[in-house]
Design a protein around this ligand. Sequence first.
Ligand code: M6R
Length: 608
Amino acid sequence: MCGIVGYIGKDNGINLVLDGLEELEYRGYDSAGIAFINDPKSNVYKEVGEVKNLKKIVQKDKPNSNLIIGHTRWATHGKPSIVNAHPHFNSDRTIYVVHNGIIENYQEIKNRLIDQGYNFISETDSEVIPHLIDYYYSKTNNILESIKLALNDLVGTYALEIISTLTPQKLYLARLGSPLVIGIMKNGYITGSDKNVVLEHTSKATFLNDYDLAEVSLSKLKIINLKDKDSNPPKIELLENEKTGNDLGNFPDYMLKEIHDTPETIKLAVTGRINPKQGNVKLGGLDSVIKELEHIDRIIIVACGTSYYAGLVGEYLIEELANIPVEVVLASEFKYKKEPISRSACVIAISQSGETADTIAALNKVKDYGVLELGIVNSIGSSVARLTDAGVYCHAGTEKSVASTKAFISQVTILTLVALRLKKSPDKISRKILSELQALPQKIKTVLNLENQIKELAKRYKDYSNFLYIGRGYNYPAALEGALKLKEISYIHAEGFAAGEMKHGPLALIDSKFPTFAIATDGPLLEKTISNIEEIKARGGPVLAVATIGNKKLKKLVDDVIYIPKTLEQTSTQLIGVVLQLFAYYMAHELSKNIDKPRNLAKSVTVE
Ligand code: M6R
């Protein structure tokens, strides 16, 4: 987590860095800070809370600098406070550091430095870095050498940007396990943890690799790989400008805007990729691995959070349509699991951001296994996209709200395409599903028209402290996702269960104060879900259901029902997903929560 921005150039870059930090707020918003050099002086500003608070205090003083680093924090070690905010510095304030990642051996280094007379003011792991560089500077009298020696001592992960009054014309960057990109402008360099920071200013950039240490000055960009001891000329790439999604329009927040983006999201996911008449799917991103795909006999999907739940829908789709066994594993578990994986397996990583640390670690784990690695990623050029052999982009546009909405709808749609692509030969069901995917945007618009009804329901249900979400088959992962969405933004405790599991434990929770959100749309398992609802009603539990239009039986049985248009079982998650997203949204809205930036969370989970 945490966002980093840096600038070295001919102009005053203060506002450029502050704007970049705002762009990166999705990575953390506990506190923010900048440090800059105005040779021979340096200065640092820090503020608790969102970047706008920092902006206010900085812009009042109108400072001027062409060498700046900035940081927006998601607290790992130590609470959000001014002293714990980055940049951190040495006691003489000659070395400033911003850090994303975790230094696992920080306590050991801190103890060592304290023994040497060093003084620490924060509770963070990151503060050891400027002191360690300072320590090595006292031995070497050379900043670059001191940074190298310091990096050699660190165990953990980092994206680092460093400035020093001792080298007032240089910006240093280092990467191990957390992304950093250097944008090349006409009059300098803009750097950061995400290409979107750079894209505002230039499309020419270079990405650091693990163990890279960059020394950037106006006359030279030098990158050394500390592992290979190589100093190769930087590989300059032209960045693709994706739809940024920054424009809120008339929406009060990004989550609602992004839910309303979903009809377009589906169009963007399928455009140019499907031929409903023939039942064919063409995924250009998989062309290079067509031969390998023909031989896979097992798929392991790795992902976290909402992307994991999309993966579970993918399991139902791929197993049913392509007849290939699928396992969906939480990336945080997969990376430590000791299971046999043969070369005929294929690992698919699903990630909106493409920067989730656990998902990256899962891919890294199988790097040497000789298995095919695919990515389903939204963020173009992100780490997961770079690490995988091939993949399919979601093209959903930037998702800014922490709660994933349009990306989920897109991931499920892409997984449907992948399942049909892996199917040996297209048939009637392929054609039906593809035609239905084309019809989904209009059907989602019908669901979006239910907004007022859902808003009213949220008013009625907002005071419950617990919620159960249930479903069977394709509706089971939807139930899990519905529960995640509700807890994430409204802070109401919610759990998702396979409806068939109720009698195995969860039914004990049910009473008049414990409502259930039942996903009971048309499909072969509907009657079974209805039996589960009967059992909940018999025990006095309130039930709110989402059902397919025309189902009168459910109306009589449950307390409230939200009707969605008829669709296929295999395409129902997209419509149900939007209902669940709107419900969570309006519950959080009724409870006056900060919807786009829920407490304790960040959009991109770049630390373990
Ligand atoms: O960027 P990713 O898709 O890899 O992110 C995975 C999860 O962190 C993410 O889906 C998270 O669960 C969302 N905040 C849920 O709304």
